[in-house]
Design a protein around this ligand. Structure first.
Ligand code: SF4
Length: 288
């Protein structure tokens, strides 16, 4: 347990170290931007465009408040409906208004690049987006996934009639997020491709446009999400299970299912569309 707590602290320190890496700032001072005298306007190459610092601070504040509200709903109010409402609000803000960027999942690559690539500096807001859900997971469990992540929310709102996935298949596919995380780190370190952003299946929907193959891929994932509880979260997301899931195993507080009233009928275990509820343990703990 102590080792895992050390992992989360190390992850946060890595994010801070990535932010503080001085390479790019020094490079910018040594090579100031050229001055063009011709009336040529530089094209905007990044999309969505960089935002004013004040807006980014607002985004971090919204993330912080939303995580706090999600923790309150999960641990105190214990209201599924309230969590769903929060999810929809998060989808509207971080998904359609914020257009899916910045997000903690993609920030894995920023933090990796900040640590591995000379001259790359992680913006402070991106580092905070990466670290805050991990800190909350250490304190209260995966509250980011419960009610704040727009990718989780968009799968949640289209869920119509969930079918139960065989446990062997669920567990086998559950390895993929770890492989995907390893691939994302490797591609970033080698400065090849930021695969998490490039192959995000939902970003084309958030931006109401994108290349055709990704629209098709996103459509397939969304249609699957109508009948399978959160397939992207369970079998692809490199941030949820590998990082948040690992950290939440040693969280200070976490949700449990009315341990005093449970008669261990395992109905909730069988009915959960996400395969997330564990049967009661011999010690009497019943966790989601
Ligand atoms: S598993 Fe990933 S995509 Fe799903 S809610 Fe968590 S962070 Fe978001």
């Amino acid at each position: 347990m102590k080792a895992l707590k050390a992992i989360i602290i190390a992850l946060c320190l890595l994010a801070a170290a990535a932010v503080l890496a001085p390479g790019q700032a020094a490079a910018q001072r040594r090579f100031p931007a050229p001055q063009f005298e011709a009336p040529y306007e530089m094209p905007e190459t990044a999309w969505p465009a960089a935002r004013a610092m004040s807006r980014e601070v607002v985004d971090v504040a919204v993330l912080f408040v939303a995580l706090g509200v999600a923790a309150y709903i999960a641990l105190k109010a214990r209201s599924r409906r309230a969590m769903f409402v929060l999810s929809v609000l998060a989808l509207a803000y971080f998904g359609f208004y914020r257009r899916g960027c910045v997000c903690p999942i993609g920030a894995i690559q920023n933090v990796t690049a900040g640590l591995a690539l000379p001259g790359y500096v992680v913006p402070v807001t991106v580092a905070l987006f990466f670290a805050l859900p991990l800190v909350f997971a250490l304190l209260f469990g995966r509250v980011f996934c419960s009610g704040v992540c727009p990718l989780g929310a968009i799968q949640e709102v289209v869920l119509i009639k969930p079918v139960r996935v065989p446990q062997w298949l669920d567990r086998t596919l559950g390895v993929v997020p770890f492989l995907y995380l390893g691939a994302a780190v490797m591609f970033t370190v080698t400065d090849t491709l930021w695969i998490i952003c490039r192959y995000d299946p939902f970003v084309a929907f958030f931006r109401l446009g994108g290349d055709f193959p990704m629209l098709i891929a996103g459509g397939v994932v969304l249609i699957s999400s109508a009948f399978i509880g959160r397939p992207y979260c369970r079998w692809l997301c490199p941030y949820g299970v590998p990082l948040l899931g690992t950290v939440s195993r040693v969280s200070w507080r976490r949700t449990s299912i009315t341990p005093d009233e449970c008669v261990n009928c395992t109905l909730c275990h069988k009915a959960c569309p996400y395969g997330a509820i564990e049967p009661k343990t011999p010690e009497g703990v019943h966790e989601a």
